[in-house]
Design a binder for this molecule. Sequence first.
Ligand code: X2X
Length: 339
Amino acid sequence: MKLVKSLMAAATAVAILGAAPVAAQYKDEYRVSTVVPAPFPWGIAAERWAELVAERTDGRITMQIYPGAQLVQGEQTREFTAMRRGVIDMAVGSTINWSPQIAELNVFSLPFLMPDYEALDALTQGPVGERIFELIQENGVVPLAWAENGFREVTNSQRPIRTPEDMDGLKMRVVGSPIFNDIFTALGANPTQMSWADAQPALTTGAVDGQENPLTIYSVLNMHELGQTNVTLWRYLADPLIFAVNQEVWDSFTPEDQEIVREAAIEAGAHGIEVARAGLTDDDQSLIEEIRGYGVDIVSLTDEERQAFIDATRPVYEEWRERIGAEIVDMAEESIANR
Ligand code: X2X
């Protein structure tokens, strides 16, 4: 009898509410994927996002961070697909790691396209960023905000690198987009693609001579203790990070909560960018000085020296212009020229 009564009450409620959407059940926990945890700036950005959301939703939305791309067994280039399918609810992911699914994301990996932070901002905050967000949305994932891994500098255990010839034969760990293989092959090095999980033991054992990553990654990992005592500041490319949510998860949130999650991502992204750039700007080189203090040989290239690297990688740039899509590359070049 009780059951019948409550069924009737439910039926009445449905009748009264008509077609109004019934609030979907929220999950106890939303799984957020990253590659590196705090205190890397990437992990700090993800944590800030989770904290702000927990605070502002009074705990309705609890986000748990899973670093090391562990939700895809460390295979960071599968992160985007897993998020699309709902294996991952949310992510703060690198454009490099999502580029196997969305070729246009390789625009950030075109060698020597972005000479400085203003150029990077001109892309993420301009029409290129808008187009990238549209593409992510078309692929079934909701993009919310940008953060930053950073300009990727080249390091190795063998010798200082000042010219492309200095890279000859160096065994380099590279990340999972084929453009990296092409760049390092063009420079005469011997690149091997590896996940971040595999890269760390490879550096520790000396299975590879070198790698490329932002100096924040270098410094948190104390790479100078892993023999990476030669650093060349060449600013050949930078990988932004994107905050995103699986479409079904997004649709299950009330509009009010959607706004909270988006706003929190934007604020966490701004904070993440600040942390990612600290000590690496023209006015504040303190992180570079700290690394030099460990006895690391840090090479800054003159414009002429940098030009030799630009020339050596130009064929790769031109080949990838077509693979990425000439339209978005043109748009990027224009945004940078007008920055
Ligand atoms: O694997 C890397 O080098 C890292 C941590 O920078 C990325 O995930 C792109």
